[in-house]
Design a protein around this ligand. Structure first.
Ligand SMILES: Cc1cc2nc3c(=O)[nH]c(=O)nc-3n(C[C@H](O)[C@H](O)[C@H](O)COP(=O)(O)O)c2cc1C
Length: 167
């Protein structure tokens, strides 16, 4: 399978999770990891079998650069099954749902969406006594690993259905 991992990361958390996903898939599949800010013109999203898109939750919404990115891309020629993830400090609210709706307009179809709670230094300004701001959620690595495995199962199912329908 040919998989494109796209991410926007304001600081480092989303990049770190995107790299974990890359490491889990690399070697088993053809995987490309790219930040939306450094996308080269030789990347054509239509050429991939599936996508992973990651971005931070900012004010209970997807970070603006990833929204602008999705608004600006052309509608894909075929539907592409996608794993969306967001990193957040505490609560991602409707972030993933908001982004999935925008993706659908471009033929990017969400088959799995997950949020990961990561260290968020800005949280100290809101609630200085809460120490969750200084660390990622427990067993983050294991959670990402399980989610990637879940995504691959769903992908295989999608591909099998598509092949069956094509006869
Ligand atoms: C301006 C700002 C607004 C944020 N808003 C939220 C929020 O609404 N909910 C939340 O859980 N985390 C919020 N966070 C925390 C980030 O989502 C979290 O730190 C994220 O992992 C940052 O990802 P990055 O390191 O890839 O930029 C906010 C952070 C900033 C700087």
């Amino acid at each position: 399978m040919n998989i494109l991992i796209l991410y926007y990361s304001g600081v480092v958390n989303t990049k770190m999770v995107a790299e974990k996903i890359f490491d889990l898939l690399h070697g088993l599949h053809e995987v490309t990891l790219a930040s939306i800010e450094k996308l080269t013109t030789d990347i054509t999203i239509d050429n991939y079998d599936s996508l992973v898109i990651g971005f931070p939750t900012i004010h209970a919404s997807p970070a603006q650069p990833i929204l602008t990115f999705i608004e600006q891309i052309k509608q894909l020629k075929k539907s592409i099954p996608t794993f969306l993830f967001t990193t957040c400090g505490l609560y991602s609210a409707n972030t993933l749902r908001i982004f999935a709706k925008q993706c659908e307009k471009k033929n990017i179809i969400t088959i799995l969406s997950k949020n990961y709670r990561c260290a968020a230094t800005d949280g100290v300004l809101i609630a200085p006594t809460m120490n969750i701001w200084s660390c990622h959620e427990k067993r983050l690595d294991k959670k990402v690993e399980n989610d990637v495995s879940d995504f691959m199962w769903k992908m295989h199912y999608e591909l099998s259905c598509a092949m069956y329908l094509q006869g």
